[in-house]
Design a protein around this ligand. Structure first.
Ligand code: FAD
Length: 409
């Protein structure tokens, strides 16, 4: 077994690891950096997988986080198709699937998340997909080219975005099956979820809410029907399941890193895990955030990007807390797009008009704004970001009043 020493070991070939590698160099790290990723591709952005890339509107290269030449130009070693098998945080070594062993000075664990798999009769039929990686998107796209009817299981953003892509990009019949009464209800509340559901149904997407998967049926090897617990029978020749994700803590758990309530790697405000010098970032990271009121884990593209940056600075000894307000974006084809900041739940205060598709929903707790979602009003989000970061906000009547100035409020 070959053993060599690196200064910075980054495990996970996703956005958080790529962002960390880039920031290390930008911040002047002169030592060696190795990124270990299990997938065949260099780190890429996953949002296009349910949007443009799925519809055939963007290439693999366009989705890469860093250009192919970046790695060599910046002297960062990228090991694709390579898994970190065993992390020893006391000995400060990692064993790789290549049988190599690396010893490191500082490390980042950015192993992301795995899709939550549904167990049901018929799950092994052909034509049933999950969506996390390029390979999944390619397989779905190739099935869609032959399909007539598609069922999406799950009413969160993956189900909604894929439904929009299926209709806008392929012109297919499409049904969303979900436990919620209304799409996106869990993240944004019933009224706002209802707005997005309205957009979907206006474009022909059928929605079956308050129900769930009982079993899949097929003829031969291919899926033909989804049967629900409520007794509905949904004909289909392709199924995409978006039932959430769980943090991938296999490596972290076996290394003895402390885990948090959400199941992610429990980290300090500076994203350091329970092992000194070992950091976490992205979907796998549960960090203590004074700003967001406790220990939180957020599965957003922007959070992975920003946490990669924070972790890099701390790997270089800068002692910074992760304070960026979480930002989220999503779109339903070119029908509507949304942006959100912070973390909130429940029914919001609405400024603007849902009927006109021009509004911001402010989520509040006591006298604080905790989150905001906007369709077409980036200026409102700018204010919300400030209130979330600094505390304080106008009262509900001012938030809802279109004539009331938010500048300086
Ligand atoms: P990941 O991107 O999951 O990367 C982790 C990597 O680590 C994976 O490649 C994994 O294989 C690898 N790995 C795991 N264990 C090991 C190991 N032991 N050794 C080596 N490698 C390992 N967010 C938004 O904000 N807006 C959106 O519109 C949006 N759309 C999305 C659409 C889709 C289809 C998906 C799947 C996600 C979307 N997201 C969106 C979420 C966003 O993409 C994630 O939050 C982000 O990818 C998290 O980055 P990460 O680096 O933490 O994890």
């Amino acid at each position: 077994m070959a053993t060599r020493t690196v200064d910075h070991l980054l495990v996970g070939g996703g956005l958080a690891a790529a962002s960390c590698a880039r920031t290390l160099r930008e911040e002047g790290a002169g030592g060696s950096i190795v990124v270990v990723g299990r997938e065949p591709d260099p780190p890429y952005d996953r949002p296009p997988l349910s949007k443009g890339y799925l519809r055939g509107e963007g290439s693999r290269e366009e989705a890469l986080v860093l250009g192919e030449s970046w790695w060599e130009a910046n002297d960062v070693e990228l090991l694709t198709r390579t898994s970190a098998m065993k992390l020893d945080v006391d000995a400060r070594t990692v064993k790789l699937s290549t049988k190599d062993e690396l010893s490191f000075a500082t490390a980042l664990v950015a192993t992301g998340a795995n899709v939550r798999r549904l167990r049901a009769e018929g799950s092994d039929l052909e034509g049933i997909h999950y969506l996390r990686a390029f390979g999944n998107a390619d397989a779905i796209r190739s099935d869609l080219a032959e399909a007539e009817r598609v069922v999406l299981i799950g009413g969160s953003y993956i189900g909604c975005e894929v439904a929009a892509s299926v209709v806008a990009g392929f012109g297919l019949q499409c049904t969303i099956l979900m436990q919620e009464e209304v799409t996106l209800e869990r993240g944004f509340g019933r009224e706002i979820g209802g707005f997005f559901q309205g957009v979907l149904t206006e474009h022909g997407v059928q929605v079956v809410g308050g129900d769930e998967l009982e079993r899949f049926e097929g003829s031969g090897e291919r899926v033909q029907r989804v049967v629900t617990k409520g007794g509905a029978v949904l004909d289909c020749d392709c199924v995409v399941i978006g039932a959430g994700v769980t943090p991938d803590v296999m490596l972290a758990r076996s290394a003895g890193l402390e885990l948090g309530e959400s199941g992610g790697i429990l980290c300090s405000p500076g994203l350091e895990s329970s092992a000194p010098g070992v950091y976490a970032a992205g979907d796998v990271c549960e960090w203590q955030s004074a700003q967001l009121g406790g220990s939180v884990r957020v599965e957003h593209w922007d959070v992975a990007l920003e946490q990669g940056r924070t972790a890099a600075r701390n790997m270089l000894g800068q002692s910074v807390s992760h304070e960026a307000v979480p930002y989220f974006f999503s779109d339903l084809a070119d029908w509507v797009s949304m942006e959100a900041v912070g973390r909130g739940a429940g029914e919001p205060v609405i400024r603007g008009s849902l009927d006109d598709g021009d509004f911001t929903a402010f989520y509040t707790a006591g006298d604080r704004v905790t989150a905001a979602l906007s369709v077409g009003r980036p200026g409102d989000l700018h204010h919300a970001r400030r209130w979330i970061a600094e505390g304080g906000a106008p009262n509900a009547a001012t938030l809802a009043d279109e004539d009331a100035e938010l500048d300086g409020a």
